[in-house]
Design a binder for this molecule. Structure first.
Ligand code: AMP
Length: 567
C-alpha cells in the first residue's frame, strides 16, 4: 500500500466529526490495507508474518509496534526537527522548524508546510517527480531499523533514516509521518474506534474483537486473524507467555458497595509497591511493568523467585514491594529506586531489597485463566505457590466487621489498606471496573466519646472489646454506634488500661463507662437509626485512634452529625 494513500485516508478520518464517520473511515482504511498480501519477511518482527494490515491497524492509532512489544523508536523532538530541516533544503535549519512549531503548536502542520524531495544524500532517492511512491512497507522497515539503532552514533543514524523518509514525502505524508514518529497522531482514533472498525470491516462481533484484543494486545494481529479466520480465529486466540497484556485495574469503592453487590467479597491486602506481570516460560523469565515495559533486568529478586518457585509456564500478576531487613514493607518511593534501573543494579539491590507478592494468575501450563472466576484463579495461585510466600492471602467474607479487621491488620503491617474484589469476576485486561475496588479512605472522621464497652471472649476475655460511641447533645451524651474490631490485642490491652479506671458499673459482660476518653472514628456513611439515642448510626465505623488531646467536651455533636448527613 502506498504511504500516500494511507496519509490521504487518515487526513479524511481526521476531518470527520462524528464517531460513526470515524469508525467508517478507519474501517475503509483497514479494508484497503487488507487487499495487500502479508509481506514475506520483516526485519526484527517475530515469527508472525506482517503486512500492510497489521501496520496500518497500529499506525492509525499512532502506534508503530504492538502494545506488548518492548521496541521503541526513541526519537526525540530535536531529532525529528533536524530530519525535517535537512529534507526541507539548504535554507532551513532546526531553529526554523522550531520557530514554526512555536507559531502553530503542532508538528504535523509544520512538517506539511515544507516542500521536500530535492535533497541528495543518504536515503534520498527520487524518481523525478519528487514523489517516488513511498510504501507503508518501506516506512515500516525504516522505522524498525530506526528502533534498532543503539549506542554511539545512534542518534545520527536515526536522523539519517528519518531524513530519508521525509525527503520522499508529500506534504500530507509528512504531516502524518512526523506525528507518527513523535507519538502525536491525535486524529480522534482511540482503541474503541479500531475495535469497532475491525468488527465492521471484517464482519465479526465487536465484543469478540475486544476479547481478542485483550488476549493478543495487538490490533494488527487481531485485524489479520479477523480477516483470515473470522470469528473462529478470534475465539481461538490465546495468551502467549512472554507477551504482556494490560493489567486489570481497580476503582475506588466502599465496603457497603462490596457487600451489597456481591454475595461475599474477596478481600486482600493492598500492597504499596509497583505492579508487575511475571511471564515464566520453560527457559525464560520476563517481568513487565504496568505499562508493559520490560523491567526484568532491574528486578533480579523476581527472576530468582520465579526460577526457584515455578516449574510450569505461567503468567502472574502482582506487586513488587520494597522491604526492610525485618521483611516489613517500605514506602512506595523505595521501590521506585529499583524499578526502572538500568545500571548498577547489584549495588542498588544492596541498598533496597524488593520482593514480589502475586495476587492473580492469568495462565498456567498452557491453560488461559482469564475467563476463570477470581476465586478459582486464586486457588490455582495457591497451589502454584504452596506455602504462602510470594502471594496474597485472600479472605472470602460478607461480614463488614471481619473486613474491617483485615483492613486494620493490613495497615498495622505497614500496607496501604485493602482491595475488595468480586470473587466471581473474570480477569479483564485494561479494564477499570467495579469488580475490583480499592477501599476509599474515610472522607471524614468523628470524635466520639466512649460511654460503654464489653469484655471480650476467649483469648480476649481480659480485654474490653466492643466500644460504645456517643456524641454530645448539650450536656448529654447520646449513642451513635459501636466500634468492635479492627484492633490488635496489643491495642486492646492499651485501650483496656485507658478505660478501666472509668468503668462505673458492670452488667454481665457489659460495662458502663464514664465519658472520659475520645476516639477518632472513621465511617462510610451516616444513617438515621432508631437503635441509637442520637437518632443516627455510623455505617462501618472504624477505630482510627485515641484523641488524647481532646476532652469529652470537645467531642462532636448531634448537630454536626445532622449537618454531615445532610451534605
Ligand atoms: P491505585 O494504584 O491506587 O489505582 O490502586 C490499584 C493498584 O494497587 C493496582 O494497580 C496494584 O498495583 C496495586 N495493588 C496492591 N495490592 C493489590 C491487590 N491485592 N490486588 C490488586 N491490586 C493491588
Amino acid at each position: 500500500m502506498e504511504f500516500a494513500a494511507f496519509a490521504d485516508q487518515v487526513d479524511e478520518i481526521e476531518a470527520e466529526s462524528s464517531d460513526h464517520g470515524t469508525v467508517d473511515g478507519v474501517s475503509r482504511l483497514l479494508e484497503h490495507a487488507a487487499r495487500t498480501d502479508p509481506w514475506d519477511e520483516t526485519p526484527g518482527e517475530s515469527e508472525e508474518r506482517t503486512g500492510d494490515l497489521e501496520v496500518v491497524a497500529r499506525y492509525v492509532q499512532g502506534r508503530v509496534f504492538p502494545a506488548w512489544d518492548a521496541r521503541k523508536l526513541e526519537v526525540g523532538p530535536s531529532a525529528c526537527h533536524e530530519a525535517i530541516a535537512r529534507a526541507a533544503g539548504r535554507n532551513v535549519d532546526a531553529d526554523d522548524v522550531e520557530a514554526r512549531l512555536a507559531a502553530v503548536g503542532e508538528i504535523g502542520t509544520v512538517a506539511a508546510s515544507y516542500e521536500f524531495g530535492g535533497q541528495q544524500g543518504l536515503g534520498a532517492f527520487t524518481d523525478g517527480d519528487g514523489t517516488d511512491g513511498l510504501t507503508i512497507r518501506e516506512v515500516h522497515e525504516t522505522l524498525v531499523d530506526l528502533a534498532a539503532a543503539e549506542g554511539s552514533g545512534s542518534q545520527d543514524r536515526k536522523v539519517d533514516l528519518l531524513f530519508g523518509l521525509f525527503n520522499r514525502c508529500t506534504s500530507t505524508e509528512a504531516r502524518y509521518l512526523a506525528r507518527l514518529v513523535l507519538a502525536e497522531m491525535r486524529i480522534g482514533v482511540g482503541e474503541g474506534t479500531v475495535r469497532d472498525a475491525v468488527a465492521a470491516a471484517f464482519d465479526v462481533p465487536d465484543d469478540r474483537v475486544e476479547r481478542a484484543l485483550q488476549v493478543a494486545n495487538d490490533y494488527g494481529r487481531v485485524a489479520r486473524v479477523a480477516i483470515e479466520d473470522g470469528l473462529e480465529g478470534l475465539e481461538a486466540m490465546t495468551l502467549s507467555v512472554g507477551r504482556p497484556v494490560k493489567a486489570m485495574l481497580a476503582q475506588a469503592g466502599t465496603v457497603t458497595e462490596a457487600v451489597e453487590s456481591w454475595e461475599e467479597a474477596a478481600v486482600e491486602w493492598k500492597y504499596d509497591g509497583a505492579r508487575v506481570q511475571l511471564h515464566h516460560a520453560d527457559d525464560e523469565v520476563r517481568v513487565f511493568s504496568r505499562n508493559m515495559e520490560d523491567v526484568t533486568d532491574a528486578l533480579p529478586e523476581v527472576v530468582e523467585f520465579a526460577d526457584d518457585r515455578l516449574d510450569a509456564p505461567a503468567i502472574l500478576d502482582g506487586e513488587v514491594v520494597a522491604i526492610d531487613e525485618a521483611g516489613d514493607p517500605l514506602p512506595f518511593q523505595e521501590v521506585l529506586r529499583r524499578f526502572r534501573r538500568k545500571h548498577d543494579v547489584a549495588k542498588a539491590r544492596e541498598d533496597v531489597t524488593v520482593e514480589p507478592v502475586f495476587f492473580d494468575c492469568l495462565h498456567v501450563d498452557g491453560e488461559d485463566l482469564l475467563e476463570t472466576p477470581l476465586r478459582d484463579r486464586h486457588a490455582r495461585l495457591e497451589s502454584l505457590l504452596a506455602g504462602g510466600e510470594g502471594r496474597s492471602k485472600l479472605w472470602l467474607t460478607d461480614d463488614p466487621d471481619e473486613i474491617d479487621a483485615i483492613d486494620a491488620e493490613a495497615l498495622e503491617s505497614g500496607h496501604e489498606g485493602i482491595m475488595l474484589k468480586d470473587p466471581d469476576s473474570t480477569y479483564s485486561p485494561g479494564r477499570r471496573g467495579k469488580r475490583w475496588l480499592k477501599r476509599k479512605p474515610d472522607v471524614e472522621t468523628l470524635d466520639c466519646v466512649v460511654t460503654g464497652a464489653e469484655w471480650g471472649e476467649g483469648r480476649r476475655a481480659t480485654f474490653l472489646g466492643t466500644f460504645e460511641l456517643s456524641i454530645r447533645d448539650g450536656e448529654a451524651y447520646e449513642t451513635i454506634g459501636k466500634v468492635a474490631t479492627g484492633i490488635t490485642d496489643e491495642k486492646l490491652a492499651e485501650l483496656t488500661a485507658l478505660l478501666e479506671p472509668h468503668v462505673r458499673s458492670q452488667d454481665g459482660t457489659s460495662v458502663d463507662v464514664e465519658p472520659a476518653v475520645v476516639f477518632e472514628v472513621g465511617y462510610e456513611e451516616i444513617q438515621s437509626s432508631p437503635t441509637y439515642s442520637s437518632g443516627y448510626a455510623l455505617r462501618f465505623p472504624r477505630f482510627v485512634g485515641v484523641r488524647e488531646d481532646l476532652d469529652p467536651d470537645d467531642a462532636d455533636t448531634v448537630e454536626r452529625v445532622r449537618s454531615l448527613r445532610e451534605t
